[in-house]
Design a binder for this molecule. Structure first.
Ligand code: SF4
Length: 362
């Protein structure tokens, strides 16, 4: 499997005006000309989280006036039914990590009839499969292998951002209050998902204080996991956005050029994996990332906010299509699991049945 040396990756990431355009051309040379997206609905089951990342505006403490301690089953189902009417195909369950360490969340879970967030998530994913035409994709944070195994039964794919492989960031404002952001724990979860053959989404968060060398190390870490297990379906290259009131409010966001180089190098290192840049965080520059090698827009929702970045609305699908086709690419919807993983080796029978029934409808 392809490897670039760390020196080579760093050279690319440090490229100047003479080398950036050739890098972009190289990253696009063998890329598929189809750019994909997934029509999704975001289900933020809880915004209680045991971590306190320096860039987060999603997390709430249980005592916050606007905390979502736990979405009730009826609220989740109402959202899912609405998404079904809009022909969404991905139910994205993303929420705070380790929320059931808080008694308030445990009490709310108890009222719904569950003893843990994982148990509740499993139930909601099963209901999604039984009562809608959507496929669950869950991002519950770091997980034990037994929980990954359980959730595989009811998820088409799962995700966990590596963000960065640097332990040094655990000593900085970005991650010093976030035990779950320990890269060793995150790598372990991604690796366990590989052992269990779970189609997996991961990615890097760019601009939270990491160095160029740490970006290169992080990419190589994901490459190593992919070489061993082959389960990574997409890599998100997400730019940090400063927001008023967060601990990292004064941090300068990564420049367009930094992001372009990051996307291009990722595509060069991962010709076998989709590279995704969130369009809602890059409304003015999104086309540049297609020119730099990105080939997926990720989840785009016609009905829900990006709760992690609520200030950044999703682009209209029509606009996304227009911007994509203007560059000569084909614009195509995909499921939350990529075609090469749609087989028994990777998916449970209930997920394969759901895919089958979606394909017969569409
Ligand atoms: S970014 Fe995620 S893990 Fe970090 S505090 Fe926010 S919700 Fe928790």
């Amino acid at each position: 499997m392809l490897e670039l040396s760390k020196d080579k990756i760093e050279n690319y990431l440090n490229a100047d005006y003479r080398d950036i355009l050739p890098l972009m051309v190289e990253a696009n040379a063998d890329k598929d000309t189809t750019i994909t997206y997934s029509k999704n609905v975001f289900i933020p089951i809880t915004n209680i989280c045991r971590n306190e990342c320096g860039y987060c505006i999603y997390r709430r403490s249980p005592e916050s006036f606007d905390a979502t301690i736990l979405m009730k089953t009826s609220e989740v189902m109402e959202t899912l039914f609405k998404a079904d009417k809009y022909a969404c195909r991905e139910a994205l369950f993303t929420f705070g990590e380790g929320a059931d360490e808080f008694p308030e969340v445990r009490h709310a879970l108890d009222k719904e009839g569950f003893s843990s967030v994982i148990e509740y998530l499993y139930f909601l994913c099963s209901e999604t499969l039984d009562k809608t035409n959507l496929l669950p994709h869950s991002n519950p944070g770091i997980l034990k292998k037994k929980d990954l195994k359980l959730l595989k039964e009811v998820n088409a794919s799962m995700g966990l951002m590596l963000e960065n492989s640097s332990s040094r960031l655990m000593e900085t404002i970005a991650h010093s209050k976030s035990p779950g952001k320990d890269p060793k724990l995150r790598i372990k979860t991604i690796e366990d998902a590989g052992k269990l053959k779970i189609p997996f989404t991961t990615g890097l968060l760019i601009g939270i204080g990491e160095t160029v060398a740490e970006r290169a190390d992080s990419l190589l870490q994901i490459r190593k996991l992919q070489n061993k297990y082959g389960h990574i379906q997409e890599i998100i290259i997400q730019n940090f956005k400063p927001k008023p009131g967060i601990p990292l409010e004064d941090q300068v966001e990564p420049s367009l050029v930094e992001m372009i180089k990051m996307v291009a190098v990722t595509k060069l290192l991962f010709p076998d994996v989709s590279v995704q840049v969130p369009p809602n965080l890059n409304i003015k520059n999104m086309q540049m990332f297609l020119l730099a090698g990105a080939d997926d827009w990720g989840g785009v929702s016609p009905i829900s906010l990006d709760y992690v970045n609520p200030e950044a609305p999703w682009p209209e699908l029509n606009n996304l299509k227009m911007f994509t086709e203007e560059l000569g690419f084909k614009f195509q919807e995909r499921l939350p699991v990529y075609p090469k993983f749609i087989k028994e080796e990777y998916l449970s029978e209930s997920i394969l049945d759901q895919i089958n029934s979606i394909e017969n409808m569409d």
